[in-house]
Design a protein around this ligand. Structure first.
Ligand code: HEC
Length: 106
């Protein structure tokens, strides 16, 4: 029993260490946005790091992003047009992704 607990703690420590090294796309982002977006590179749409840089210092970034993700369309990236809510994201998923993207600003 004791060894099981020790190994569980060790495994949890690895997960935390991994998260500190690289930001990973949340599960809903992989499912509903990942066909067109990555965090650190342009795919069909802009890299989420670049979006975060565009809104850096804007305290309303998360709510503006949520509104843009909800309505879709073009936002000046000249990459085409984004489908509203990506690939069928719920409002909760839109909001959590908006907060995630805004939080990438360095
Ligand atoms: C079918 C492809 C596609 C999918 C799926 C998609 N996007 Fe996009 N997205 C785009 C394109 C293309 C643009 C750039 C539009 C332009 O040229 O301005 C974009 C732009 C954006 C922007 C920039 C908004 C701004 O204000 O500059 C954000 C944020 C974004 N997408 C988030 C998401 C999220 C979150 C999801 C998943 C819920 C998602 N996208 C799913 C294609 C997609």
């Amino acid at each position: 029993m004791k060894s099981i607990i020790v190994s569980m703690v060790a495994a949890a420590g690895l997960v935390v260490a991994g998260a500190a090294l690289a930001v990973d796309m949340p599960a809903e982002g992989k499912a509903k946005c990942g066909a067109c977006h990555a965090i650190d590179k342009k795919v069909v749409g802009p890299a989420f790091n670049d979006v975060a840089a565009k809104y850096k210092g804007d305290k309303d970034a998360a709510s503006k992003l949520a509104a843009n993700i909800t309505k879709g369309g073009s936002f000046g990236w000249k990459l085409g047009s984004m489908p509203a809510k990506g690939m069928g994201a719920t409002d909760a998923e839109v909001n959590s992704m908006a907060a995630f993207i805004a939080g990438l600003a360095k």
